[in-house]
Design a protein around this ligand. Structure first.
Ligand SMILES: Nc1ncnc2c1ncn2[C@@H]1O[C@H](COP(=O)(O)OP(=O)(O)OP(=O)(O)O)[C@@H](O)[C@H]1O
Ligand SMILES: [Mg+2]
Length: 220
């Protein structure tokens, strides 16, 4: 799926203090299947931007078009359905549910269809080398394994767009590279669009396109 934005801005109104302009007039175009690295210093608005592009937060002004659909002209129910059907998200911290096993965590986004999807869940786990951990709980996994489980959960709906917000942030370099490799491979296999927030130049170099943010503005 392709993504296009028009005059995207986000600001927070604060009582008794100045407004915070987090994003200012962002215009971008990402082609279907493109692998994009989103870089920029801390506080430049990267997470805010991917939360909006991933339809988890509404912009203050402007539009996001996904395959030509003006998403924020729609209601929350529509956004939720669109996310569920087409979007996968991997965060810096895994957000796995502690009382569910790895397998159950991966099935959570498709819980109603879990009996149908269990084969797919296991095949994803096998691909990312975690099948032997399917009945383990998140706190029994290493940091790298937790992030791999979070990646598996993001892939269960075969998303057309994958967002990853510093998915390797808490990992050592080798484990981080491993996750990045899996992300690129998974996106390539599904022919999905990938938007990856990263501080790693090494990783950005592997992307088809780099979007650099500075102070709420897109620089390149
Ligand atoms: N709810 C909020 N209210 C006010 N300001 C906010 C809010 N959320 C984020 N901000 C501000 O928006 C700016 C951008 O934050 P954001 O998390 O998007 O940055 P980032 O580029 O992802 O940084 P990092 O690399 O540290 O993750 C920051 O200055 C932050 O303080
Ligand atoms: Mg961030």
């Amino acid at each position: 799926m392709n993504i296009k934005t028009e005059n995207l801005s986000k600001n927070y109104k604060k009582k008794d203090s100045l407004d915070v302009d987090v994003l200012r007039n962002i215009q971008l175009e990402i082609a279907s299947g493109q692998k994009v690295a989103l870089t920029g210093p801390s506080g430049s608005g990267k997470s805010t931007l991917v939360h909006i592009l991933g339809l988890m937060d509404r912009p203050t002004t402007g539009n996001v078009y996904i395959d030509g659909i003006d998403c924020f002209a729609e209601n929350d129910k529509y956004l939720c359905a669109m996310r569920k059907k087409n979007i996968g998200f991997v965060f810096q911290f895994h957000y796995l549910m502690p009382d569910f096993t790895v397998l159950e965590n991966i099935l959570l986004p498709v819980w109603r269809d879990r009996n149908i999807k269990i084969k797919l869940a296991r095949s994803i786990l096998e691909k990312i080398g975690l099948l032997h951990r399917q009945y383990h709980f998140p706190n029994e996994l290493s940091g790298g394994e937790q992030q791999r489980a979070a990646l598996a959960r993001a892939l269960i709906n075969s998303p057309r767009i994958i967002f990853a917000d510093e998915p390797t942030g808490n990992l050592d370099r080798v484990t981080g590279l491993d996750i990045e490799k899996l992300l690129f491979e998974s996106a390539a296999e599904l022919n999905s669009t990938l938007i990856l927030v990263t501080h790693s130049q090494e990783l950005a170099a592997k992307a088809d396109k780099i979007i650099k943010m500075t102070d709420g503005k897109k620089m390149i």
